[in-house]
Ligand binder design. Sequence first.
Ligand code: SAM
Ligand code: SF4
Ligand code: SF4
Length: 336
Amino acid sequence: MRDALRRPLHDLRISLLDQCNFRCPYCMPESEYHADYQFLGRKDRLTHAEILKLARIAVSLGVSKIRLTGGEPLLDRNIESLVAGIAEIDGVEDLALTTNAMLLAPRAQALKQAGLDRVTISLDSIDPVVFAVMSGGRGKLEQALAGIDAAADAGLVPVKINVVVQRGVNDAGVLDLLEHFRGSGHIVRLIEFMDVGNRNGWRMEQVVPSRELLERIGQRWPVEPKQQNYPGEVARRYVYSDGKGEIGFISSVTEPFCGSCSRARLSADGMLYTCLFATHGTDLREPLRNGADDEELKDILARIWLQRADRYSELRRPELAEAHAQSKVEMYRIGG
Ligand code: SAM
Ligand code: SF4
Ligand code: SF4
């Protein structure tokens, strides 16, 4: 099944809930997501049974990679049983989780046993003060590092470490962070700060182009490009020439990769989005709760994908950004 731009559907990202124990300023700034903010209620969110049903249908349409995300997915106390259910679906080849790792250490083993293949951990700095700032004053570096160690010990490998790089905030510490993880087997991925959502005050001046980072890194350690693992991989891969590991660059702003984008995103309240920068989604919760059977749901999903023509990052320009302003879906709702 291919969309209007001939892209297949391979990946499904499922956001389990919109709440988070962090307030990263680039995602959920505290000023907007304060104590009175109304997050989705339990009844608004898809149940695990509903998620499993949609996951099965997505797999029957070609999805082979599933990622659980949020908000913070580990705030879901029963995530292990959901993982077990998804892992059992015939056709799921890769089941991953994106987390800020604060709650990971005590649960890594159980997640692995339930069938999780690997984790991606968001960690923006190896400096405790900058880390705290980038988590909105809520994160503790030591606890996140313990989560990373526990994930590796549990075999949730390769551990990927996502770093959103913002000029003037954490870019000066990128080399220290790389130094810390060199030789660990973990793959650090440097992500350009994106204009997702409407509330993070994004400005182009805050984006550090991957090209610039690569140059800075190359002055410290020789690196060389490595082949993609599979067509459509979003990170451009480099390895240290001395064999101390791999770095990825996700350059959504300066070198967009819409041509190979094969991802659909399901929000916690059951909206399906076909682009990170979408202004509209399709409600799947309503048909689910109105008793639509698998065939009907499959038709809805297939129709959405066949019509898809999103390529926001390739078209990114001021007029488009303006037309999109205020109406883009927020990142914490669809999970990156
Ligand atoms: N809470 C989990 C976490 O942070 O890992 C999962 C959800 S979070 C929305 C998923 C990813 O989106 C994180 O790696 C985060 O750094 C990234 N992200 C959020 N806002 C972003 C932005 N404006 N630009 C680039 N990446 C962003
Ligand atoms: Fe929470 Fe993840 Fe967003 Fe940070 S990036 S506020 S950890 S959802
Ligand atoms: Fe995919 Fe949309 Fe990002 Fe392009 S802008 S890579 S279509 S999510």
